[in-house]
Design a protein around this ligand. Sequence first.
Ligand SMILES: NC(=O)c1ccc[n+]([C@@H]2O[C@H](COP(=O)([O-])OP(=O)(O)OC[C@H]3O[C@@H](n4cnc5c(N)ncnc54)[C@H](OP(=O)(O)O)[C@@H]3O)[C@@H](O)[C@H]2O)c1
Length: 395
Amino acid sequence: MNLNLDVALIGDVDLFHVIAIFRCRPWKPSDLERVILASPYTTTPPQNLPIMTLDPPTIGTTTTVHAKLSYIDCTKEFNSPGHMFLARGSLYIARRSTIMSSANKPPTQSMPSIGLGTFKLKGEAVQQVLRDAIRIGYRHIDTATIYRNEKDIGDVLQETYSDPSNTLTRSDFWITSKLSPYDMRKPRESLMQTLRSLQTEYLDLYLIHWPAVARKAASSPEHKRLRLEAWKVLNEAKREGLLRNIGVSNFTPQHIQELIDETEYGIQGVFVQMETHPWYWRDAFEIQNRFQEHEVRIVGYALLAEGRLVGENCPKFLDEVSKRRGLSVVQVVLAWALSKNWGVLVRSEREEHLRDNLEATRLVDVLTPEDIALIESISTSEKEEKLCWDPRFVK
Ligand SMILES: NC(=O)c1ccc[n+]([C@@H]2O[C@H](COP(=O)([O-])OP(=O)(O)OC[C@H]3O[C@@H](n4cnc5c(N)ncnc54)[C@H](OP(=O)(O)O)[C@@H]3O)[C@@H](O)[C@H]2O)c1
C-alpha cells in the first residue's frame, strides 16, 4: 500500500502532547478515518489508546490536529508503510480498511463481495462444502450461532491453515458470525463461545442476528433494551480487537435509527445483512440511501429466495435477461445485487453452482441499465414478497 503522505508535525512534540498539521493525498476524503498518534519511546502495553477520530479532511486542505496522548506505543504497528518517525513522536495515518484499535493487531481486509452461505449445513455436509469452496476460491464465510456449525467450520479452517499444499492463513479469510436471538441476554459470553468454536482470535464481522430476543412477544419492550445493550457489547469487543467490524441483521430502518439516536456508538461503517432478491429489495435500497452518510454497507441474503427464484418459479423478466446476456439466472441475480454495491451471500452444496456463483463477481458490468430496470420491475413497491422472517413487527 502506498500511502503517499504529506505530513508535517509542528509545535511541541513530546510524549504527552502532539500538535500536528497534515495534508493527505491522493485518497478520497472518505478513505481517511482516524489518525493515530504515537511515539517510539515507550514499551508499556497499551491502556488508553491514543486514537483520535477526525472528520475526513478535503483533499489539498490542511487540518490541524491537537492530541493529548495518555499512552504512546509504536513498537509493532509502525512497521507498515505510511508511518513517519519524527523527532519525538510519530504520526500514523491509516486508511479505513486498515485501522487497528491497538498496536498488536494485523491490518483488516475488505470484505470479499461473495460469501459462502452456510445456513442449514452442518457436520460433514458443511465441511465438504467449505473444503470445495475454499479450493474454488471462496474467502468469505457466513455462519451464525443458530446454524450450529461454527465448530465444524473452525475445524476445516484449522485443517486448511495446516495443509502444506497451500499458503492460506487466517488473514486470507473473512469470517462473519451472528449473535443468536437466544443469547441476547449474554452477548459477550456468546461471542466468546463463537470465537472458541471457530478457533479464531477475532471475527471479521459480527452481527446482531435479529432485533429481538427469542421467546418473547414481538411487542415486548425487552427487545429494544436488549438489542441496545448488545450493541454496546459489540462496540466494546470491536475496541478490544475481538471484532474487526460489527453490524446488524434483519433490522428495519427504524431499528437502525435507534442505534444512532439512543446509543453513544452510532453506526459509522457498520454492515447490515438482510433478505434481498428481485421480489423484495426496496428495504435494502432504503437503508443504503438513508444511512449513506454513515457508510453503511448492505450484505444481501437469500438472493435466490432460498432457491425459489430458480426453476419453474423463475420470473419471466429474469429468464429474458439471462437468455439475452448468456448468463445463468443465478448469475444475473447475483450480478444485479453486486451492481448495487451490496455484498451477497449464497449457499450451494454443488461444486458447479459454487463455481458459477463465484463467477458472478466478474459479470457485474455485463448487465445494462435496461437489464437492471427489467429485473427491478419484477416487483413493485406495492407488491413486494418477503420470504424470510419479518422484523417489521418487532418493537
Ligand atoms: N441473517 C439472516 O437472518 C440470514 C437468513 C437467511 C440466510 N442467511 C445467510 O445467507 C445465506 C444464503 O441464503 P440461503 O441459504 O437462505 O439461500 P440462497 O442462497 O438464496 O439459496 C440456496 C439455494 O439455492 C440453490 N442454488 C445455489 N446456487 C445455485 C445455482 N448456481 N443454480 C441453481 N441453484 C442454486 C441451492 O441449491 P444447490 O445446493 O443445489 O446449489 C440452494 O437450494 C445463508 O446460507 C446464510 O449464510 C442469513
